[in-house]
Design a protein. Structure first.
Lengths: 219, 202
């Protein structure tokens, strides 16, 4: 009944066990993609001071504007604040006004080389080509890019982490060397659940008064 | 709200408590597929099973420990005699918080009848505490930023998606799992049905 009222394709269950099925009859529906196939990232030096990340987002999914993070793992470089375009404003019952991206989005962040004696040049004084050719390994920039998105069907993916390595100043586009969920730590069978150390680096997203009221007013 | 509620109608599986089957035995991983309904916009997506059979024993469930909002460890074992509803969520998950009022209601209705709802956040206890301050969640909120997702995966949530809700019968059998938003009426019915079965089997 609930499904019919909503006028949307109902969920379907593929149940191979001889147990009770808690679903009405339904037609097969599309299943969700793994995060790495939904949110495809590539990166390049847009110019000698700026890295450009491009996300290709599968239909039916979206990324949150405020959920990008860049972690620089290369001491000789410093990355700056992410600059992202305005997204589509969505009134979220929980978050209030949020901005999301669909299809594709490009975000930028500045990067500078701190030590000129590593064989390259500071992006502020040299062009990209010089930086790229002056030295090989020393010019590698290793980054961890975190993003987070959801599917229109009403589920969210855990924060997704992409590991990228770029050659400083190179205009080549690179793709992640690895992709993982932030929460994807291996499970130790012998130690089922031990709590991880508290991480205060991720601020809580604001809760809109409307939702707080909604929860509070629930009898 | 209506759109969200309508879009993520996912049904996991429901087993009979009388079977007292350990979920990880005799059920090949992935044989019980959770499938989300999808809008037309997703038709181009490649197919990939989202859910699978839980791969946990009662022992794993009841020794699982998560932090409460003060950072103290809390074991799920304290609720092993209850019909335990585990709702995986996070403060960064909008659909998760969308459905929390349903759990608040159900907790009020059914807590005295043997249902224990627990929210396990893939988040920091600090974030959970901040969230709790501005809401009135009446059931325990625990957390483990990485461990919650892994535990959820072990319970059949292959991609670690949220929200994910699991019902565990007294004794540790996983009798129901669901990805996406629950339907209040459907979920309450499932809980009541299993409360009766559990009572009869005891």
């Amino acid at each position: 009944m609930f499904f019919m009222l909503l006028g949307l394709p109902p969920a379907v269950i593929a149940n191979t066990t001889a147990t009770t099925v808690a679903a009405p009859d339904a037609t097969p529906t599309q299943e969700l993609l793994p995060a790495e196939d939904v949110f495809k990232i590539s990166a390049r030096f847009k110019d000698s001071k700026t890295i450009e990340l491009t996300y290709q987002i599968a239909d039916g999914y979206y990324l949150y504007r405020k959920r990008f993070r860049v972690s620089n793992e290369t001491p000789q470089f410093r990355v700056g604040k992410i600059v992202s375009p305005a997204g589509k404003v969505k009134q979220d019952a929980t978050f209030g006004r949020v901005e999301t991206y669909r299809k594709s989005v490009r975000v930028l962040f500045p990067i500078t080389m701190l030590h000129k004696d590593t064989g390259s040049a500071d992006g502020t004084t040299n062009d990209a080509t010089n930086g790229a050719t002056a030295g090989a390994g020393a010019n590698s920039v290793k980054l961890k890019i975190t993003s987070q998105g959801c599917a229109d069907v009403g589920v969210c993916y855990p924060p997704l982490q992409h590991d990228l390595t770029l050659q400083f100043g190179s205009g080549d586009t690179v793709v992640p060397v690895s992709t993982s969920g932030v929460g994807a730590t291996p499970l130790a069978q012998s130690q089922p659940w031990t709590s991880s150390p508290p991480d205060t680096s991720r601020p809580a997203l604001p809760v809109s008064p409307g939702v707080a009221d909604l929860v509070k007013k629930t009898p | 709200m209506l759109l969200l509620a309508s879009a993520a109608l996912t049904v996991g599986y429901l087993t009979s408590p009388q079977s007292r089957r350990v979920p990880s035995f005799g059920v090949p991983a992935g044989s019980v597929a959770q499938v989300l309904s999808s809008p037309a916009s997703m038709q181009a997506a490649a197919q990939m099973p989202v859910g699978g059979a839980p791969d946990v024993t009662p022992g794993v469930i009841y020794t699982a420990t998560f932090k409460d909002m003060t950072g103290r460890p809390q074991s799920l074992g304290q609720w092993q005699n209850k019909l335990l509803v585990i709702n995986f969520w996070a403060t960064w998950c909008a659909p998760c918080k969308e459905e929390m009022p349903i759990f608040v209601k159900l907790h009020q209705k059914l807590a005295t009848q043997g249902v224990q709802i627990v929210g396990i956040a893939a988040d920091t206890s600090l974030n959970v505490a901040k969230f709790a301050k501005v809401t009135s969640i009446n059931y325990p909120l625990l957390s483990d930023e990485a461990g919650a997702i892994e535990f959820s995966k072990r319970l059949g949530n292959r991609f670690g998606l949220l929200p994910h809700t699991v019902v565990v019968a007294p004794g540790g059998e996983v009798i129901y799992t669901k990805l996406g938003l629950i339907s209040e009426a459907e979920f309450e019915s499932i809980l009541r049905q299993n409360l009766l079965k559990v009572a009869k089997s005891l």
